[in-house]
Design a binder for this molecule. Structure first.
Ligand SMILES: *[C@@H]1O[C@H](CO)[C@@H](O)[C@H](O)[C@H]1NC(C)=O
Ligand SMILES: *[C@@H]1O[C@H](CO)[C@@H](O)[C@H](O)[C@H]1NC(C)=O
Ligand SMILES: *[C@@H]1O[C@H](CO)[C@@H](O)[C@H](O)[C@H]1NC(C)=O
Ligand SMILES: *[C@@H]1O[C@H](CO)[C@@H](O)[C@H](O)[C@H]1NC(C)=O
Ligand SMILES: *[C@@H]1O[C@H](CO)[C@@H](O)[C@H](O)[C@H]1NC(C)=O
Ligand SMILES: *[C@@H]1O[C@H](CO)[C@@H](O)[C@H](O)[C@H]1NC(C)=O
Ligand SMILES: *[C@@H]1O[C@H](CO)[C@@H](O)[C@H](O)[C@H]1NC(C)=O
Ligand SMILES: *[C@@H]1O[C@H](CO)[C@@H](O)[C@H](O)[C@H]1NC(C)=O
Length: 368
């Protein structure tokens, strides 16, 4: 009898340990194998000190902020070489800030107020908002079309798209990255979001050189003139059709699985959210000022946004038409809630394997 009691107590404590293990493994952040220990920290963190600066001020490092605004198209350069900016808050900076604020739905004060600095320092896509002086976002639209009921999707200049003969697209991963299957599955899900609303299909092939869409993680300067900048800052970039190049910053803390909103890391970036955005570029969409849209340029660390907004769907369907099976009237905001549920179900990485293993062990123990 005593023996049975202690056996039951032992089983109960095993069960407790098991339950606590389960609750700690609901969040699974996995860094891909190629992830390097040596990361440079957030390159835009120093911009926080500019909050509250005014026109006419001379502040050390302000040239770097101008460089940032130049990188994303807000300060045009006359020459092709990197312009020589000063540390003075001048007229040029003020008008660039106004344009930036307009695009990001911030009051157009032309000041470095807190809201503006917060937005500027948020991690974002490396693709510019203004290309060759043409803004794809709010600031490029005339006042009367800039109304909330008007969609804000955009295309690259001259609206390049994949031709009619190329609607079944192939993609491949850089063989050097040797990505695990659960990471590849994230991209597969991201592609499905676009194929669900268009006649396009996406099939993974092994041959990187022959694939229409070439996906790879790179660190720093990787030869396309758009160097990555370490943790945070720019996260990824992709080129207009029919380039198919889709590059991700290998120094980000990419989360491939689990509930990222429970991450304690301040640098965790949701891979699927970024992948859905970059595929939008690969297919021909530019940035949008609609904050809920996938094509909005920035995303805060620790957040997830993977569901196409109406703005994204309208934009992509202008280029490619609708998927015959897509029913726009059944698409409701409740998709967002469904999203996180199916986010990890098909994925088995080692954390999940451990949980499965433990559940088997505990199950067997309880049977004894
Ligand atoms: C990390 O990278 C930086 C810049 O690429 C380099 O200067 C530094 O020496 C590296 N540190 C280590 C420990 O490898
Ligand atoms: C950049 O500007 C500074 C100050 O105006 C000047 O001293 C420096 O030579 C310039 N550098 C280049 C590369 O033009
Ligand atoms: C934007 O400006 C308006 C009018 O000046 C003001 O009422 C509002 O509070 C400002 N919004 C923010 C976020 O600062
Ligand atoms: C901006 O942020 C700083 C520090 O975070 C704070 O002291 C200041 O009051 C804020 N200003 C406004 C207008 O919110
Ligand atoms: C920008 O304009 C230049 C010169 O007109 C052209 O060569 C280049 O392709 C354009 N870039 C884009 C992205 O449209
Ligand atoms: C794409 O594939 C579908 C089904 O496999 C086929 O019916 C269609 O003709 C293909 N489209 C093109 C443009 O090759
Ligand atoms: C990954 O997927 C490929 C193709 O589906 C399969 O052949 C391979 O065994 C999988 N690898 C692992 C480790 O599960
Ligand atoms: C589209 O979805 C709505 C709501 O779920 C449904 O009432 C309607 O019959 C569907 N239409 C088609 C063509 O499937």
């Amino acid at each position: 009898m005593k023996c049975l009691q202690s056996l039951l107590a032992a089983k109960a404590s095993i069960l407790l340990v098991y339950l606590s293990l389960l609750s700690t493994t609901t969040y699974v952040a996995a860094r891909p194998k190629f992830y390097q220990k040596n990361t440079t920290s957030d390159p835009w963190q120093p911009f926080h000190k500019f909050a509250g600066c005014h026109k006419g001020d001379h502040i050390d490092g302000l040239a770097k902020l101008k460089q940032y605004l130049h990188q994303f198209g807000y300060i045009p350069s006359s020459s092709s070489s990197s312009p020589n900016f000063t540390d003075i808050f001048d007229e040029t900076l003020e008008s660039a800030l106004k344009q930036y604020q307009k695009n990001f739905n911030i009051n157009t004060t032309g000041q470095l107020d807190n809201n503006t600095v917060q937005m500027i320092t948020r991690p974002r896509c490396g693709d510019a908002d203004i290309i060759n002086g043409t803004s794809s976002m709010n600031s490029g639209k005339s006042a009367h079309t800039n109304h909330h009921s008007v969609s804000h999707y955009s295309f690259f200049s001259n609206s390049p798209e994949w031709p009619d003969s190329q609607r079944n697209l192939t993609y491949a991963f850089s063989p050097e990255n040797r990505l695990p299957n659960n990471t590849k599955a994230v991209f597969s899900r991201a592609f499905q979001r676009w194929s669900a609303v268009t006649p396009l299909t996406f099939t993974e092939i092994d041959s990187y050189p022959y694939a229409d869409i070439k996906i790879g993680f790179f660190v720093g300067d990787h030869g396309d003139g758009e160097a990555f900048d370490g943790t945070l800052g720019t996260l990824a970039h992709a080129f207009a059709p029919t380039s198919g190049l889709f590059h991700l910053d290998g120094e980000e803390e990419w989360v491939v699985d689990g509930d990222i909103t429970k991450s304690k890391s301040s640098t965790a970036i949701d891979l699927e959210s970024v992948a859905v955005h970059e595929i939008g570029h690969v297919l021909g969409l530019g940035h949008s000022s609609v904050e809920d849209s996938i094509m909005y340029p920035s995303i805060a660390a620790g957040t997830r946004k993977t569901v196409l907004a109406d703005d994204d769907i309208q934009g992509i369907q202008v280029l490619y038409g609708s998927n015959p099976n897509y029913n726009s009237s059944s698409s409701t905001p409740s998709d967002t809630a469904k999203d996180t549920n199916d986010g990890g179900v098909h994925i088995v990485d080692w954390h999940w394997s451990l949980t499965t293993f433990m559940s088997t062990v505990v199950f067997l123990c309880l049977l004894v």
